[in-house]
Design a binder for this molecule. Structure first.
Ligand SMILES: [Zn+2]
Length: 297
């Protein structure tokens, strides 16, 4: 049916779509919504704004560089998660809680300001003011827009150096914890102390990650590409992918025990045009599947 209905080029694109391994039955899916159910609003977007802008509105591809930067921030995963929530506007500050009808008003509990937005809680509340006032970023932070955290973050992302941006993320995190401590702890927080603690925490984490990373690199360099046995009782699964132009992707798996004896080895060809990184992921997934199938994992 695909051959009869579509142009040759489109037939190839359709044939390249990898099928789900779980073979679900076909169903109708409205792509502009994340749950696939039609809504009038998204129908209106599609009609009025066209496909591309609707895609951007629904999946925020316009903000892709921002999300990329959020997830590549140096520091503990909690820091990245917090910044991500702040960018999405989903931190549990009073304005957000009022918006969701959880509390009747948005008054800041620490200073009495009428609207505790994310911007207020992290930059403008007198409680956290000291964090920014005493930092080297003070003039820069005041220049960035305060319309929403995502706008502020984007502005800093485009105007600060890597070091400044790193400090900015750390201080923002310190400001949030300062606010939470004031709300939920009995003792009042010291913003300056909070800054010292958080800068130290992030620095230690980054250094630790570098150390672990270089140890791992040294270990693999030391092996000079040769294969090393797993520990006794363990099974090592090696995987690889080969992408050939116009000829699909080949995935390979070799599983060996602590003596180096091969337990299972297999190759699979997939009709797909994945890029190298996607093919590597598919190979890893295939490797785990094979190990499971043979009762090794
Ligand atoms: Zn306040």
């Amino acid at each position: 049916m695909v051959n009869q209905t579509l142009h040759q080029h489109d037939v190839m694109l359709v044939a390249d779509i990898p099928l789900s391994r779980s073979w679900p039955s076909d169903s109708r899916y409205w792509w502009p919504t994340s749950d696939g159910v039609y809504t009038f609003k998204t129908g209106y977007w599609l009609g009025m704004l066209g496909r591309e802008r609707t895609w951007q509105l629904a999946f925020s591809t316009i903000e892709a560089p921002m999300w990329k930067r959020v997830w590549s921030l140096q520091g503990p995963p909690k820091l990245r998660h917090f910044i991500w929530q702040a960018c999405k506007g989903s931190l549990a500050v009073k304005a957000q809680l009022r918006h969701r009808h959880i509390v009747p008003d948005a008054t800041c509990q620490t200073c009495g300001a009428p609207d505790e937005t994310i911007i207020h809680a992290l930059f403008q509340c007198p409680l956290v003011d000291e964090i920014w006032r005493l930092s080297s970023l003070v003039s820069m932070v005041n220049m960035a827009p305060f319309s929403a955290f995502a706008d502020h973050f984007l502005w800093m992302m485009n105007n600060a150096t890597v070091e400044e941006f790193h400090l900015f993320s750390t201080l923002t995190w310190a400001a949030l914890l300062c606010r939470n401590k004031a709300l939920f702890d009995t003792s009042p927080p010291s913003p300056s102390l909070m800054v010292v603690v958080f800068c130290r925490l992030v620095k230690d984490y980054v250094e630790y990650q570098k150390k672990v990373g270089s140890t791992a690199r040294n270990a693999s360099c030391g092996a000079s590409g040769s294969w090393s046995k797993p520990l006794v009782g363990w099974v090592k699964v090696n995987v690889d992918a080969h992408v050939s132009m116009g000829n699909g992707v080949r995935l390979g798996v070799v599983t060996r025990d602590h003596d180096g004896d091969v337990l299972a080895a297999t190759v699979m060809r997939v009709r797909s045009r994945w890029e190298a990184s996607g093919a590597e992921v598919a190979a890893a997934r295939y490797g785990v599947g094979i190990a499971r199938r043979f009762g090794l994992a």
